[in-house]
Design a protein around this ligand. Structure first.
Ligand SMILES: [Zn+2]
Length: 156
């Protein structure tokens, strides 16, 4: 089967929605998965997590996703608040309160300016925590401060 392009994977992750009701026809077709199905593999819609995992890993992935429903909900709530026009300052305060026990997950000042960067990092964090990503994601920094892009502009 053709591997999905980065663009397709990105779109799938962006479309990832919080969980529909149990037993809903909108659910991912992987047994017991709490996520919405967004990618059609031929036998029905699957969530982006199951769609790109080999079927032998599905049961463990489902278990991991169920253990992280709190994080799936957080992603959905942050998207909702953002779409309903809360300011990034309000969103930053909500997120900082949510992550009081893990301040490394609160939005950085740059992520508060570019809220989609933060939403992206939280989704990547979810991927990391459910075993779909190898490395823990770090906050994105503006390219002008990124030593990989502009090594000569960053003081040592
Ligand atoms: Zn799923």
């Amino acid at each position: 089967m053709r591997q999905p392009t980065v663009y397709e994977r990105t779109r799938a992750a962006v479309r990832q929605q919080p969980a529909p009701e149990e037993g809903s026809s909108l659910n991912c077709k992987a047994y017991g998965c709490p996520c919405r199905g967004v990618i059609d593999l031929g036998g029905g819609f699957h969530c982006s997590w199951h769609a790109y995992a080999s079927p032998d890993k599905w049961p463990q992935l489902t278990t991991n996703l169920r253990e992280h429903e709190w994080l799936l909900s957080f992603v959905g709530e942050m998207q909702d608040h953002h779409q309903r026009g809360k300011t990034t300052k309000e969103l930053g305060a909500l997120a900082a309160t949510f992550w009081e026990v893990d301040p490394s997950m609160a939005p950085t000042p740059d992520e508060q300016k570019h809220w989609n960067w933060y939403l992206w990092r939280v989704r990547e964090e979810l991927a990391y925590r459910v075993g779909q990503r190898k490395d823990k994601p770090t906050p994105r920094v503006p390219q002008v401060q990124d030593p990989k892009v502009w090594p000569q502009k960053v003081p040592a």
